[in-house]
Design a protein around this ligand. Structure first.
Ligand code: MN
Length: 366
């Protein structure tokens, strides 16, 4: 039992202190993200200040490049475990940024859950000696920053470890609150506390959004092939590897930042389909309606594209054409098709000749 709500710091200290000298594992759930990593570092720091040797472990790989960069730049030591046996040497378990242990691995029978700190609305009651779940806060890192600020293993700037933990905490808060857009006053207080001890250079480097070489190539293609008609922009980027499909949307996001453009569509060939992304700042463009006007529906009546307020996407299967070995002819055919279809939604895109034809009353396509 605990009286966490009254004084979580006291309760956490009272839970961990008796475990002094006993190996504890902080097992991350899912692919480690910055909020989990920052919380784990802070938890490890607290454990060590109380004499509890703590190891951070994870089962699933770190999937995002930015998160790998964070781990590397901050020298975060994490044990990647693949089997129950690898956890056998630990006596105690702490969960951070989750109430649920990683489901893809069976926990050893003797491993005892001692602490849970999370900000997700959990699946109900969590049974552990120390549980601090605050769904009203933006990041678990904010909860941990409040422990440190409250005097449990506080950041003082005296240890080299301080900058590491502070930087990880800030990055965790920043990521989980969508760059502070969703941050609560508690998150801001936590960030303000951690900020004093961060390594600004490292924070700038981990915060920099990384782009793969191939994704940058897609952006280069989009910029080179950009067609701008009034405030509408369109760019075809040719063949894009399946793994870089997100680069199409990324290129559209980037181009939308051009000041004289308010709607952009980027498309390419991905695998056996035409794949594209629409982005808009225009109050009068509804992405789903726009894409349906341009590309219509498939034989089953499903629209090729869909979207929400400011973004949309579409996929059109190439069918047998996908097998074509003449890459250039196929791309040229795709470009012509997309441009003529887009002219339904953006009449200015139609070649002059066609527009005259339309003016004469050829309206089948409208
Ligand atoms: Mn989180």
């Amino acid at each position: 039992m605990n009286d966490v709500s009254r004084d979580p710091i006291e309760a956490l200290q009272r839970t961990l202190s008796p475990l002094s000298g006993e190996p504890l594992v902080i097992l991350l759930t899912g692919h480690p993200d910055p909020d989990a990593i920052g919380s784990a570092l802070a938890h490890q720091r607290i454990c060590e200040s109380l004499g509890v040797p703590a190891t951070i472990a994870h089962v699933l790989p770190i999937s995002h490049r930015e998160n790998r960069a964070l781990v590397k730049l901050l020298n975060v030591e994490m044990l990647e475990v693949g089997s129950t046996a690898e956890l056998a040497r630990f006596k105690y378990l702490s969960l951070v940024d989750t109430c649920v242990p990683e489901p893809s691995i069976d926990l050893p029978d003797g491993l005892k859950l001692v602490t849970v700190v999370d900000h997700h609305r959990g699946p109900g009651k969590v049974d552990a000696p120390f549980v601090d779940v605050r769904p009203s806060i933006g990041a678990s890192c904010s909860i941990y920053a409040s422990y440190l600020q409250g005097g449990l293993a506080p950041l003082t700037g005296e240890r080299r470890d301080d900058a590491r933990v502070a930087t990880a905490l800030i990055f965790g808060i920043q990521t989980d609150t969508d760059d502070f857009a969703l941050a609560t006053p508690d998150d801001f207080r936590a960030a303000a506390y951690a900020k004093q001890h961060t390594d600004v250079d490292v924070l700038k480097r981990v915060g920099r959004r990384t782009v793969s070489a191939s994704a940058m190539g897609v952006l280069g293609q989009a910029l080179a092939n950009l067609i701008v008609v009034r405030d509408f922009a369109i760019a075809g980027v040719g063949n894009v590897p399946v793994g870089d499909r997100d680069a199409i949307g990324g290129a559209a996001d980037y181009i939308l930042r051009r000041e004289d453009i308010d709607t952009v569509l980027v498309y390419g060939i991905v695998d056996d389909r035409i794949d594209g992304s629409l982005r808009t700042n225009s109050p009068s463009v509804d992405p789903a309606a726009f894409l349906q006007t341009a590309f219509g529906r498939d034989r089953d009546g499903r629209p090729y594209g869909g979207g929400r307020a400011d973004k949309g996407g579409f996929q059109i299967p190439l069918g047998l054409l996908a097998d074509s070995e003449d890459v250039e002819s196929l791309w040229s055919l795709v470009q012509q098709t997309v441009m003529s279809r887009l002219a339904r939604a953006v009449p200015d895109l139609a070649p002059k000749r066609d527009r005259r034809k339309n003016d004469r009353g050829d309206r089948d396509d409208d």
